[in-house]
Design a binder for this molecule. Structure first.
Ligand SMILES: Cc1cc2nc3c(=O)[nH]c(=O)nc-3n(C[C@H](O)[C@H](O)[C@H](O)COP(=O)(O)O)c2cc1C
Length: 139
């Protein structure tokens, strides 16, 4: 099996009033599908955007990204990386998730994502390192 890691960022089309209902729904659906497809990873959420790391067998990752691209809750999608990986970085997570909120604000801030910055505009390394940090220290 060839392990693939895919990283993307997107603008969120969620409206404020729906966020608290939609985000747990997205996560539950992602975890259920990823369990079936052998996908692991991490999802970062800010008010304006999403960034996600998907790891798994190449075909499964491509199929999952196809489903994500078709989801109307995303606006623009930026594919930041699709590469072969040696090992899973988020092996324990069918999909971990962290939202920028009062408990994670400080850690997002350390990576330059302050109140007026958004995950959509961040570089690949920032996204992967921040997700790794948040996965190691869940709120
Ligand atoms: C932010 C975001 C993250 C998502 N992550 C995944 C994922 O990790 N795996 C997956 O299979 N689908 C993912 N999706 C796609 C949706 O879960 C999927 O299109 C749809 O909700 C699945 O159908 P259901 O919720 O009606 O079961 C994601 C969608 C969004 C908006």
């Amino acid at each position: 099996m060839t392990l693939t890691q895919l990283v993307y960022a997107s603008r969120s089309r969620l409206v404020e009033a729906e966020r608290s209902v939609e985000i747990p729904r997205i996560l539950a659906s992602a975890q259920r599908l990823n369990e079936l497809n052998g996908i692991t990873g991490f999802l970062l959420v800010t008010p304006g955007g999403f960034a996600q790391i998907l790891e798994g067998e190449g075909d499964s990752v491509v199929e999952t990204y196809g489903r994500i691209m078709a989801d109307p809750r995303h606006g623009d999608l930026r594919l930041l990386q699709q590469a072969t990986a040696i090992e899973r970085r988020f092996a324990g997570w069918t999909m971990g998730m962290a939202e920028r909120d009062p408990t994670t604000e400080f850690i997002f801030g350390l990576y330059g994502i302050s109140a007026d910055a958004d995950i959509f505009d961040q570089q690949l390394d920032t996204i992967v390192d921040l997700a790794g940090q948040l996965a190691a220290h869940p709120a």
